[in-house]
Design a protein around this ligand. Sequence first.
Ligand code: R5P
Length: 317
Amino acid sequence: MPAFDELKVFTGKAHPKLAQDICSYLGIGLGVCEVFKFKNDNTFVRVRENIRGRDVFLVQPIAAPVNDNIMELLIMIDAAKRASAERITAVIPYYAYGRSDKKDQPRVPITARLVANLIEVAGADRVLTVDFHAGQIQGFFNIPVDELTAIPMLSRPFASRNGDNLVVAATDTGGTRRARDTANILNTPIAIAEKQRVANADSIMESIIIGEVSDRDALVVDDEISTGGTMVSTMNVLREFGANDIYCAVTHGVLCGDAPAIMAESGAKEFFVTDTLPIPECKRTDAMRVMSVAPLLGEAIHRIHNGLSVGALFDEV
Ligand code: R5P
C-alpha cells in the first residue's frame, strides 16, 4: 500500500518525450501543466489539474538552455508546493553544473552545490537522477537523493562477448570507478587514460594509457560527452597504444557545438548514449545508438511511490 496518494508525473520543456516515455512505462497519462515564457522573458507555470495530497514527480533534465531549464524546474516545484502536493520529487536525469563540484582554484564557485540549494529551497522533497558527474554531489542535498546508474544498460550490448579480447577504458583517473564497474559486469580488464586539462579551457591534452590495450578492442566509458574532446583524445591515445576497434558508451549526450561531427569523424565503431538529454536527429550519427532510460526511471518512480527499494533495482539488473 503506497504511503502517498495518487502518483502524478509532470514535465517542463526540457525533455517532454522522456517524461511521456516514463508515463508509458508506468501506464499513466502525463499530467497537464502549462509552461511558457511571457514576452518579458519571465517563465510562467500553471498545473492544470488537482494535485492536492498527491505524490508528484517533476521530470526536467538540466539540458540547454541550462539556466532557463533550472529556473523552469524551480518554478514548477514552487507551483506544485503551493498547489498542496504531498511530496515533490525532482526527477533530474542530467544534472548540469556537476563539474563545478569543488573549489579547486581561488575565488571560484561551487555551482553544483548552489543548484542543489536552490532545488531544496524551492520545496523539493526528494531528487531522482542518473549518474552524477561525481557521486559526492549527493551530499550537496539535505533531502534524499536516489542516484541511478546507466552502467548496466550501457554494458548490455557487449555482454555476449563474454569479455573476449575487450578492455574497458576510462577517459581519466576520475572515471576509474565507472570503468571498473563496467569491467566487472563484462568480465574484462581496465585501462585508464591519463588526461591533462589546460587551465579552464575546453580543449584537453591526453598523454598516456595505464593498462594493456594492445591488440584488444576498447570500450571507452564516460559520464558525459560535451565537446567530444575528451573522448576523441582518449580514442587517439588508445590507438597509439595499439587498440583495435574502439566503442564508446556515455550516459549523458550533451553533444554541444561540433561534438556530433567530431564523433562522426572519430572512427568509433559504435557510440552508445542514453536519452537523459534530448538528442535531436541533427545530432545523431550513423554509429550512434541511443538507449532509453525511461524504463529505468519509470521503475524507480514506481518503487519510490510504493515504498520499495530502489537499490534492489540494480540487484535485479
Ligand atoms: C570530465 O571529467 C567528464 O567525465 C567528461 O570526460 C567531460 O565532461 C567530457 O567533456 P568534453 O566532451 O567536453 O571533453
